[in-house]
Design a protein around this ligand. Structure first.
Ligand SMILES: [Zn+2]
Length: 451
């Protein structure tokens, strides 16, 4: 969006001179506002760009031109973003970036809207048979779409590779709200479609038992949220449900299998074009807060599929997000435990002892040391098999009373990641929400580190 609003060369100038940027992760596909569009509506505008909301025309989709020959095997053929008329963002930015010796990666995110032609044939089915807004990762049209998209980018344009974003969690964590999600919607978990039935047979899982288990889990969560304590307590009742329906765990595993198959297919599609094209994956924030989620994300495994991982270490917004995570899990499975105690327990498990208390988290944020710890953990996990590029929080929107990072905060976070041994950094999430003083502080930290 900023290239359109402010002019490509002007934005590239600022990114290079102030932010010390040498690589662009250009948002080429998403329907989400985290990566595309101007500032999120309702949030204050940064000190550059058009000071007016894009609510009236923001749509999302493919910001380059989809070349039809690549999309023959998927119903998702018409995904072009209508936001900027005939503009092809890659055709506009790529040559100008090349002249400046900037590398260019396509950022593609699994975020959709319900008006995309053909999408009704690809969406997930929830545990009560209703269509969801997310796409089923076992649906052949979806699998073919992601391969087609990255192939299109890498064949039609001289890019350096792809950064693929899929922030979605499996049904177990979604049912419990065991993330920084704003709401817990245990009755909406997915996916129970025909493609999942087939995948379940392949992996020896029982579809009917899984659905029954998730309906029981939905009841448990709804009763917990209403404060109706089971006679054995919340944790024991939850654990009993898992013992009686191990299919609950298996269905969560099945989600991860689908997600990791898509990652592997994206990687293979890109590498089959040219081995030196690079593929990276975004590793979502919940990987920082939730020990159960961490158990499902082995850096060793991920390193085998990627050239680099963008590990989210957003420390400023991390404070309020971590508080939300504790509040969510403290409302269901561990509702019997006071939330301050739950925080201390979780801190011990995750090596967070030095972080702020529960009430202070939003105003304190997470520390630069958190950035360093998570960077080191990722580096130790991948053992040199792929690069670790921590995603640094530059003005990611937060709630009204929450901390707004200062240039000193940003400088400290960037320095912490580099001193911890990061192979590089990704200033996140999008230029259209960054204040220039924070961008410049990141650039200063990089130049100081490089000496
Ligand atoms: Zn499905």
């Amino acid at each position: 969006m900023s290239f359109v609003d402010e002019g490509t060369d002007r934005v590239l100038d600022i990114l290079q001179k102030q932010g010390a940027v040498n690589t662009l992760f250009l948002t080429t596909f998403t329907h989400g506002r985290g990566l595309a569009g101007r500032q999120i509506p309702g949030q204050p505008f940064p000190d550059h760009g058009v000071q007016e909301s894009d609510e009236k025309f923001f749509h999302g989709g493919n910001y380059a031109i989809p070349h039809p020959e690549f999309y023959g095997n998927t119903v998702l053929k018409q995904t072009r973003a209508p936001d900027h008329g005939d503009l092809d963002i890659l055709a506009e930015v790529l040559p100008k970036a090349r002249r400046r010796k900037l590398k260019v990666f396509c950022s593609c995110e699994d975020q959709w809207r319900s008006t995309v032609p053909g999408i009704e044939r690809t969406v997930e089915t929830d545990l009560y048979g209703r269509p969801a807004g997310t796409l089923c990762l076992f649906n052949p049209d979806v699998r073919e779409f992601w391969k087609a998209l990255v192939t299109d980018y890498c064949r039609s344009y001289e890019v350096d590779g792809v950064l693929f974003f899929n922030e979605r969690n499996g049904p177990l964590l979604n049912a419990l709200g065991a993330s920084h999600a704003q709401a817990i919607s245990s009755s909406r978990v997915t996916c129970f479609c025909a493609h999942h039935q087939k995948a379940a047979r392949t992996w020896g899982m029982d579809f009917e038992r899984a659905r029954e288990g998730y309906r029981k889990l939905d009841q448990f969560v709804q009763q917990a949220l209403a404060g109706q304590r089971p006679s054995d307590g919340y944790f024991v009742s939850f654990w009993r449900l898992l013992m009686e329906y191990p299919e609950i765990m298996l269905w969560d595993k099945l989600f991860d299998i689908g997600k990791h198959q898509v990652l592997a297919e994206v990687r293979d599609a890109v590498k089959s074009i040219r081995a030196d094209l690079q593929v990276g994956f975004h590793i979502e924030h919940v990987n920082s807060f939730n020990p159960i989620f961490r158990a499902t994300r082995s850096y060793d495994d991920l390193a085998a599929k990627a050239d680099f991982l963008k590990v989210v270490v957003y420390n400023n917004c991390g404070g309020e997000r971590y508080q939300r995570y504790i509040n969510n899990v403290g409302s269901t499975v561990v509702r019997d435990m006071p939330k301050e105690e739950l925080l201390r327990f979780n801190n011990r498990l995750l090596n967070y002892e030095q972080e702020a208390g529960l009430q202070e988290l939003p105003t304190a944020g997470l520390s630069p040391d958190y950035v360093a710890r998570e960077t080191r953990r990722a580096l130790a996990g991948v053992k040199g098999k792929c690069q670790i590029l921590p995603g640094i929080d530059i003005d990611i929107p937060v709630g009204q009373g929450s901390r707004k990072a200062s240039p000193e905060d940003t400088y400290a976070a960037v320095s912490a990641a580099l001193q911890a041994g990061a192979d590089g950094l990704i200033l996140s999430r999008k230029y259209s929400e960054m204040r220039l003083a924070n961008l410049a502080a990141a650039g200063r930290a990089v130049r100081t580190f490089q000496g």
